[in-house]
Write a protein that binds this ligand. Structure first.
Ligand SMILES: [Zn+2]
Length: 55
């Protein structure tokens, strides 16, 4: 399973892919904090993270 997160803040083009949802969680929170000076709640993070099945 691959997880993909696309930041939807303004015109931010941050895109993150990882096979670990814990890593996504950690890196996305760090990104939002450092780049946007804010925080993302778990529901938004969950909604904006796509799960990509590898075949
Ligand atoms: Zn962003």
């Amino acid at each position: 399973m691959t997880y993909q997160f696309e930041c939807s803040e303004g015109d931010c083009e941050f895109l993150l892919r990882s096979s670990s949802d814990e890593e996504i969680d950690r890196l996305v929170r760090a990104h939002v904090r450092m780049v946007h000076g804010g925080r993302i709640d778990s529901a938004d993070l969950e909604r904006e993270t796509e799960r990509i099945e590898r075949r």
